[in-house]
Design a protein around this ligand. Structure first.
Ligand code: B12
Length: 320
C-alpha cells in the first residue's frame, strides 16, 4: 500500500471485535483497521451499498473481516483522486489497475490553489445562507470522497482561507464566520470521535495558549493524531500554560501539542511557551505547529512541525 498517513497498516485485531476470533468487526473496529471514519463508512453504505454490514440482534452493524482489504484499497484510490462511485463499482482487478496508474502524494499542505472552485462556491453559498445541514453534508461528502488527510488539505484549508478573505472583503460578516467555524469544529469533532472510541496509544494533550482563540488548526491537528491511534485530551483554546502542564503530568501524557496562529506569535505567547516547557518533564515533548509556530519556537527552543503530514508521521512514530 502506498504511503498515506491516514491508512494504518497491519491486519485488524480480533481483540477489537466484540466476539473473539472468527467474529465480525464492529463499525469502530472497521474504522480503525481501515483508517476510514465511521461516518464515511455509513455514507458509503447508504450511497453505494458497500461495505454491507450484517446486523446483531441489537441492530448494531457488524462486518466480515474480509471487508478490510478492499476498503483500504478503495480509500487509497479515492485519496489519489478517483471518484468514490468509480472506486466502489470497480472489480478487484480494476481497483488494482486504478492504484497502479496513479501517483501518490503525501503532501497535505495547501498551496493556495483551490482544486475546484465550483465545489467551494457551493460551500460558500451554504455559509452565506446559514444552511448548516447543507454545509455539514457537503463536508462529510468531501471527506468520504477525498479521504481524511486530503479533505483537510484540499478542502478545509482552502475553504477557511476563502471565508477569511470574504470576511475581509466584507462579502461575509462576522456572524457568517462564527457560524462557519462552529460547524467545521462540529464536523472535525465528529470525525475524531470515530477514532477516539478505539484509541489505545499514548496520550497527547491539545491546547492553545492564553489569548489564542483560533482553534480550527488545533482541531485538525487532534484529528490527525487520533487517526494514528493516540488518545487525545482536548483542552481547547485559551488555556493557561500551568493548567496544561499540570494535567499532562497528572495523566502521564506522552506529549503536549500546541497550535499557534500568526495572530498570537508575540512575546506573551513566548512567555507562556517558556512556562509550559519549564513545567513539563524533559521527557514530554512540546509539539508546536500553526502559522505562528516558527517564530515562537525560535524564541523558546522547541521544535515546530511544519504541517499536518509531519504531525501524522510523528504520531505514527510515538504510537508504534
Ligand atoms: C476563523 C478566524 C478567526 C476566528 C477563530 C474561531 C475559531 N474557533 O477558531 C475568530 C473570530 C475568533 C478570530 C479572531 C481573531 N482573528 Co482571526 N482569523 C480567522 C481565519 C478566518 C481562519 C483561521 C483559521 O482557523 N485558519 C485555518 C487553520 C487551520 O490554519 P492554521 O492555523 O495555519 O493551521 C494549519 C497549519 O498551520 C497546521 N497547524 C495548525 N495548528 C497546528 C498544530 C500542530 C501541532 C501542527 C503540527 C500543525 C498545526 O494545520 C493547519 C492546516 O494546515 C483567519 C484567516 C486565515 N486565512 O487563516 C483569521 C486571522 C488568523 N485572524 C486574524 C486576526 C487579526 C484576528 C483577531 C485579532 C481579530 C480581532 N481584531 O479581533 C482576533 C484574534 C483572536 C485571538 N486572540 O486569537 C488575522 C491574523 C493576522 C496577523 N498577521 O496577525 C487573520 C490571518 C485574518 C487576516 N487576514 O487578517 N479569527
Amino acid at each position: 500500500m502506498a504511503h498515506d498517513p491516514q491508512f494504518r497498516s497491519g491486519p485488524p485485531s480480533y481483540a477489537e471485535s466484540d466476539e473473539g476470533p472468527g467474529a465480525r468487526l464492529s463499525i469502530g473496529a472497521l474504522a480503525r483497521a481501515t483508517g476510514i471514519p465511521v461516518e464515511t463508512l455509513r455514507t458509503w453504505e447508504a450511497r453505494y451499498g458497500f461495505p454491507s454490514p450484517e446486523r446483531k440482534p441489537s441492530g448494531h452493524r457488524v462486518y466480515a473481516p474480509s471487508c478490510v482489504v478492499r476498503l483500504r484499497r478503495m480509500a487509497e484510490a479515492i485519496a489519489r483522486g478517483h471518484r468514490a462511485s468509480t472506486v466502489v463499482a470497480a472489480t478487484d482487478a480494476q481497483l488494482a489497475a486504478l492504484l497502479d496508474v496513479t501517483r501518490v502524494t503525501s503532501d497535505t499542505r495547501y498551496d493556495g490553489t483551490p482544486p475546484d472552485d465550483d465545489a467551494l462556491r457551493e460551500h460558500l453559498d451554504a455559509i452565506a445562507a446559514f444552511d448548516g445541514d447543507k454545509l455539514t453534508r457537503l463536508l462529510r461528502d468531501d471527506a468520504a470522497r477525498l479521504g481524511t488527510m486530503e479533505f483537510l488539505r484540499a478542502r478545509m484549508s482552502p475553504l477557511i482561507a476563502h471565508v477569511g478573505d470574504a470576511w475581509h472583503a466584507g462579502t461575509l460578516h462576522v456572524r457568517h464566520e462564527h457560524f462557519f467555524t462552529q460547524r467545521v469544529e462540529d464536523v472535525l469533532r465528529e470525525f475524531r470521535a470515530s477514532f477516539d472510541a478505539d484509541a489505545s496509544g499514548p496520550l497527547v494533550v491539545f491546547a492553545t495558549l492564553p489569548g489564542e482563540r483560533h482553534g480550527l488548526g488545533l482541531q485538525m491537528a487532534a484529528l490527525v493524531v487520533a487517526m494514528q491511534r493516540c488518545r487525545v485530551l482536548y483542552l481547547g483554546v485559551d488555556t493557561p500554560a500551568t493548567e496544561i502542564a499540570d494535567v499532562a503530568c497528572d495523566l502521564g501524557a506522552r506529549a503536549v501539542a500546541i497550535s499557534i496562529s500568526v495572530a498570537s506569535s508575540g512575546a506573551a505567547t513566548h512567555e507562556q511557551l517558556e512556562t509550559l516547557r519549564a513545567r513539563l518533564p524533559r521527557r514530554v515533548p512540546l509539539v508546536v505547529g500553526g502559522a505562528g509556530a516558527a517564530a515562537a519556537a525560535e524564541a523558546v527552543a522547541v521544535t515546530p512541525l511544519p504541517d499536518l503530514t509531519a504531525l501524522s508521521d510523528w504520531a505514527a512514530g510515538v504510537a508504534a
